[in-house]
Write a protein that binds this ligand. Sequence first.
Ligand code: FES
Ligand code: FE2
Length: 384
Amino acid sequence: MPDTDFSEIAENQHSQALMSDKDLIQRVFDHIDQKSTDMGEQTWQEPTINYQNPERLKAEVALMRSKWIVFCPSNALKLAGEFIARDVAGVPLVVVRGSDGKVRAFRNACRHRGVQVADGQGCSKMFVCPYHGWSYGLDGTLRGVPHLNGFPNLEKKKQGLVPVACAEKDNLILVNQEADQQNTEILSDLSAIVPDGYSVIRTETSEIAANWKLHLESTLEGYHIRTTHNQTFFPVQYDNLNIVEAFGQNTRVSFPYQAIEGLRNKPLENWSTNGRLTLVYHLFPNVIISTFPDCMLVVILEPLGLELTRQHTFLLAPDSLDAAALDAVITGQEFARAGAVEDQAVVLSAQRGLASGANKYLNFGLYESGIVRFHSALTEELGQ
Ligand code: FES
Ligand SMILES: [Fe+2]
């Protein structure tokens, strides 16, 4: 390969690496001092039909089946036998940690007549179908068939649960419904996101009556802090002061707190983002991981329809926290929830705005470059 190609690759890798905490904080200080913010290079007009067309939604959900998508944090399935069953891009899956410690994913359908063999979240030694009692091991193999002589031609070895590619990487469990099980290479570097030593302290599922993209968009910019979050985030954060970084198709948006000023006089080695800014990682297309003081949220958006989105949320906190610090996390989450309610209100309103017919396009400006990256990647993936 000629020299020039090498430098191009190096350049590419460089531009995709996330900044260190110290560089990030310095960049925030520069923006505070210059009253500036990160700005994108292009604006974007997203056709409103792309939020309203069932064929477009089908294509987006199909894309989610073809990508490595975070299913849950590793810690949500810590022990052998722990499983979570839920739909991923419209397909019922069950993901379980085996007695060998390995995490596996299966299509959640009995090989007799398709009933789901696992329901919700739990810990089990095997999966027993609630219809006629066929049973499966944690590795998916068909173990038991009541009154087996009723199936003279059944090849038990071939009737295990159908596997789906599943990988555990950087404290996250990911699935890909179209990847070869053998080839579980995930290109994105996720190592900076979920540190070691964090445990899931709460799991929640909720629904919002809006298109999944409207919901996602509300998390990817800080241009709305002053107006939408006037009494919640605005008094403690900054309006329209964000750092936006790209890594692959993914984006990290940083939202500094005014408390970051406290670092100015501290030695560099004490500069930490914890409690000083919220980092929002958007893992393309439908996963958001965000950091808060001493905790983080892993959120997976599951589109249920053009105007309905299910949100799966895992709250993680460091194992090292004492009871008082854990209380502070819970209090902090109540505060964050107040902000989330404000976001929901504008998202529901934007959904009604689609029905108004006023706009052929939604406009995203230079301050909304995380969203511009999302739509341009989605457009490119769907070939439109
Ligand atoms: S459908 Fe599962 S045992 Fe019959
Ligand atoms: Fe918001």
